[in-house]
Design a protein around this ligand. Structure first.
Ligand SMILES: Nc1nc2c(ncn2[C@@H]2O[C@H](COP(=O)(O)OP(=O)(O)OP(=O)(O)O)[C@@H](O)[C@H]2O)c(=O)[nH]1
Ligand SMILES: [Mg+2]
Length: 320
């Protein structure tokens, strides 16, 4: 979704910069001029590498303020809006200082009259540059982690009608998403298998629909939700044109029906404007007596019926 280059550590940036600089070679009319030119070039080469590398990072991270509300909140939940802004600010600050040190030292080297002085100026500049880069070592590590997280963000197409699958953990949400869409989320016997939002699509009568898999939600208030659950809430809040709320009446998921029912009630209250289709999964094991559509995401029982209902509900929302 977001194309961000690998973020190097402070030591890696310095290694890259100084290694490149050590290759500089030049022969001048006098020894003083040769030393001056080589040292100025070395400093320029190393500082340019650092300034452009850090500049690339600052530019590559998307500006949070310009993201759609979904991605802006996702960045906030998974990385922290202020932390990211601060880290980028610190790196920009370090980059500015590196450029300034290089400029000042170059000016001094250009007018120096002694070889020793030139050498010393360059060495001192290297020292100060290293210290500015190392000062943002923590921020660079933070950006590297942020990049890994952002790389896994789902690529949501805001134009496509979207159905979000929600419910308690372990009820079979991912199994259904895998069954009906192009996404291949992990399905496993334990709760909290899904920790990220993932998205797939399916096509019906030449129309394409997005299906969003979400982490399981526990029956508890918003302020107690962990960051995995909050991702699910974000999908419901920003992406859902329709919600499939999935029950597991067998309770093999580990959550009693009373809790699952209460969770649905809470979701209905929080997202009162989004239509919800209630389904019961694992119909190959147990079927309750109530009216809800009964499916089996693993055997495929009634899944076509569910798809038809999804399409009908989403079509009903489309402008004519
Ligand atoms: N018998 C039966 N088992 C199912 C069915 N659907 C899913 N399962 C099983 O239920 C377990 C949980 O399935 P998942 O799809 O991972 O459930 P989930 O709701 O995505 O779980 P989290 O991501 O942890 O919230 C797995 O062991 C599945 O094989 C079904 O229709 N019948
Ligand atoms: Mg899952």
């Amino acid at each position: 979704m977001f194309e961000i280059p690998t973020v190097l550590t402070a030591d890696e940036i310095l290694d890259k910069a100084f290694k490149r600089a050590s290759k500089v070679d030049w022969e001048g009319p006098t020894r003083l001029e040769t030393v001056r030119e080589i040292n100025i070039s070395k400093l320029k080469s190393s500082s340019d590498t650092i300034v452009s590398t850090m500049g690339k990072y600052v530019k590559a991270f998307p500006s949070i303020d310009r993201q759609s509300p979904f991605y802006a909140e996702l960045i906030n939940v998974t990385i922290g809006r202020d932390k990211l802004k601060k880290a980028l600010g610190a790196i920009d600050w370090s980059r500015g200082n590196v450029a300034r040190i290089a400029r000042e030292a170059t000016r001094q080297m250009a007018s120096a009259r002694k070889i020793d002085v030139i050498d010393e100026l360059r060495r001192a500049a290297y020292g100060r540059i290293s210290s500015f880069v190392k000062q943002v070592g923590k921020e660079l590590k933070f950006l590297s982690k942020a990049r890994d997280i952002m790389k896994k963000y789902p690529a949501i197409n805001p134009e496509q009608p979207t159905v979000v699958i929600a419910g308690s953990p372990n009820v079979g949400k991912s199994q259904l998403v895998a069954k009906i869409s192009t996404a291949k989320p992990r399905v496993a016997v334990y709760p909290f298998t899904t920790q990220e939002i993932s998205v797939g699509t399916f096509e019906k009568k030449y129309f394409r629909y997005q299906v969003v898999d979400t982490p399981g939600l526990l029956d508890r208030p918003l302020e107690e939700r962990n960051s995995f659950e909050l991702r699910g809430i974000l999908a419901l809040k920003h992406l859902a044109d329709l919600v499939i709320f999935m029950f597991d009446p067998t309770e093999t998921c580990g959550y009693p029906m009373s809790e699952q029912e209460h969770l649905l009630k809470q979701i209905r209250e929080q997202f009162s404007t989004v239509p919800i289709i209630e389904v019961e999964n694992k119909a190959d094991l147990t079927k309750s007596k109530d009216e809800r559509l009964k499916i089996s995401a693993s055997t495929g029982y009634n899944v076509t019926k569910l798809i038809d209902r999804i399409v009908a509900a989403l079509k009903a929302q489309q402008p004519l």
